[in-house]
Design a protein around this ligand. Structure first.
Ligand code: TA6
Length: 277
């Protein structure tokens, strides 16, 4: 069964569409230009993560002995906490989604939690704010969090990603070996799957849709994952067409190397801002 979607419409053909399955942003259009990649073979029946947009990775990044890869948040139904509402002063449109512990999450992870995901659609920007609350009176809450952002690009080999020079990264295509980035503008010309640690708050991605640049700003998300399956990895993905890897680039702000540790009764806040330049 397809799950319902919520659209934030700012006017002037600027919209953001969210599927309540995983609170997955599945479309972000600026002047009617789609900025996010969604596979032609993406599955919307609620049975698996949506291949594209911005899947919400929580409480675990990567393979997880307790539950699904990349955690359960992206494969469970979220609730619309605040329907889209326009700010009369700025014209921005905001909506909020919520996921709390329930019988599904308890099946994997025996922790109480409340995640609130607030989206703000501005003229050329999409703000993704995350709050995680630990409601427990006596138990710590330890989790990873990542916004698995699929940027739509005309040709991934023509993109460059700045803000990674000097950063240490784990290369999952080279047996998790650790390297230091030497390039100011990282290019993707092969299977790429890297977890960059403690990266700067800003990345610029060149040659995205319409040859524009995309600014990726992050707050309280220390790491950046860079992924493109290329021809090697794409073969194992049933929901990605063979040649589609050339039209996508995953730049994923996250807190993965050092998980968040929330003391009882405290909250974490982190955010990503995407801006078409
Ligand atoms: O974010 C990069 C990554 O961890 C890759 O290793 C690859 O597995 C990708 O996520 C997609 O994972 P998925 O579970 O959505 O197929």
């Amino acid at each position: 069964m397809a799950s319902s979607v919520v659209m934030l419409d700012r006017g002037n053909n600027t919209t953001c569409t969210v599927n309540l399955h995983g609170a997955t942003v599945v479309s972000w259009r600026v002047n009617n230009q789609e900025q996010l990649f969604v596979s032609k073979q993406a599955v919307f029946d609620g049975k698996k993560a949506i291949r594209g947009g911005i899947p919400f990775v929580f409480p675990h990044f990567g393979s997880w002995p307790c539950g699904p890869q990349h955690g359960f948040a992206r494969v469970l139904p979220w609730t619309l906490e605040r329907p889209p509402e326009r700010n009369p002063a700025t014209g921005d449109v905001e909506a909020a989604f919520i996921l709390t512990d329930n019988e599904h999450t308890q099946h994997y992870w025996n922790h109480a939690f409340r995640v609130t995901y607030r989206l703000i659609l501005r003229e050329k920007e999409l703000h993704c704010h995350v709050q995680v609350v630990n409601p427990s009176r006596d138990r710590e809450l330890c989790f990873q969090l990542l916004l698995h952002t699929y940027l739509k690009v005309p040709d991934v080999t023509r993109c460059q990603i700045t803000g990674l020079r000097g950063c240490t990264y784990t290369d999952k295509t080279r047996d998790e070996a650790v390297f230091q980035e030497a390039s100011e503008g990282v290019q993707v010309t092969e299977w790429t799957d890297r977890v960059y640690r403690n990266t700067p708050s800003e990345h610029i991605v060149t040659n995205v849709v319409s040859g524009r640049k995309m600014r990726v700003l992050k707050y309280n998300l220390a790491d950046t994952v860079l992924w493109n399956p290329w021809s090697q990895d794409v073969q194992r993905l049933s929901d990605l067409c063979a040649e589609e890897y050339r039209s996508m680039l995953c730049v994923e702000p996250g807190q993965v190397t050092s998980p968040v540790m929330l003391l009882p009764g405290t909250a974490y806040e982190g955010s990503m801002m995407l801006q078409v330049m």
